[in-house]
Design a protein around this ligand. Structure first.
Ligand SMILES: C[S@@+](CC[C@H](N)C(=O)[O-])C[C@H]1O[C@@H](n2cnc3c(N)ncnc32)[C@H](O)[C@@H]1O
Length: 268
């Protein structure tokens, strides 16, 4: 029997509503579309893809539909169950392969991969990413790209939003680098590493090539009800993100940051 990771248990309780709450939301779609545009470009020509913290399988299914062979992992039993149902609904049986494996237990998976993908903050639930980087280096072919989307340490939107709503504790919750979040009443430790911490954790195996903000002007998902009343504003924010998301300071001040690493070729 698989011992369920604490974050996996907490996400179990969110799995059945996750797609309605986030995947299908205006904000979720706007943020995901930017990640996936970069993913398709950067992972082009790579065949065997490893996805970490895949959730309900939205991205894994898109990769599989577009020719990638995908092994997609998540700590949550319920998220993996939802992903398998989606795969059946899509009419495919074996690709993507979904498995309940926590990122901390990566060593137990077999196979070699040409690229690694992680979307929307699953890696923020891992306390130390240096051992994860080491195992990924063992399991990837030379020059493999890693495309990782994590929550930032400082999100300008979040700070402004919660200050305006009179909630300073939430406004600054990320700033210390660690926060105990309550997910459906269950506590989960969430870590907010800085860009430099991440760069160091992945060295010497992976070299950081590019970084961009995801959700710099596009707000975090808790602003969904507000943004639904302002569709033109959302369109404008999407355009502003396209212009400003790669600028040196701004790229780490969005809701998420998207990091593109490449295997450095040094001995593992
Ligand atoms: C915000 S969801 C993102 C899901 C998906 N990647 C997406 O783009 O919609 C975060 C996911 O990370 C998973 N997760 C959290 N901690 C994890 C861990 N230590 N190992 C593996 N998965 C984890 C959760 O179960 C959840 O499915």
């Amino acid at each position: 029997m698989i011992a369920t990771h604490p974050a996996g248990q907490a996400f179990d309780a969110m799995a059945d509503t996750y797609d309605d709450d986030f995947t299908q939301s205006h904000i979720g779609r706007a943020q995901r579309s930017v990640v996936m545009q970069d993913a398709f470009r950067i992972l082009h020509g790579r065949r065997r893809l490893l996805e970490l913290n895949c959730g309900t399988g939205e991205d894994a299914l898109r990769f599989a539909e577009n020719g990638w062979k995908v092994l997609a992992l998540d700590a949550s039993e319920r998220m993996i169950a939802c992903a398998r149902v989606r795969r059946e609904t899509a009419g495919t049986k074996e690709n993507p392969q979904f498995r309940q494996v926590a990122t901390e237990d990566l060593r137990e998976i077999a196979g070699e991969f040409d690229g690694v993908f992680s979307n929307f903050s699953g890696l923020n639930c891992v306390r130390d990413l240096a051992p994860v980087a080491r195992i990924l280096a063992e399991k990837t072919s030379p020059d493999s790209p890693l495309l990782l989307c994590l929550s930032t340490r400082i999100c300008l939107w979040e700070t402004a939003w919660y200050l305006l709503h009179g909630n300073p504790a939430k406004a600054f919750r990320r700033w210390s680098g660690r926060h105990e979040a309550m997910l459906q009443g269950m506590p989960v430790d969430v870590y907010y590493p800085t860009l430099n911490t991440l760069r160091t954790a992945f060295l010497p195996h992976f070299r950081l090539r590019r970084v961009r903000a995801i959700g710099l002007f596009v707000p975090p998902s808790y602003a969904e009800a507000w943004i639904q009343k302002h569709p033109l504003l959302l369109r404008m924010f999407v355009r502003l993100d396209a212009v400003f998301s790669r600028l040196p300071l701004l790229r780490v001040l969005g809701d998420h940051m998207l990091l593109h690493f490449e295997k450095s070729g040094e001995a593992v």
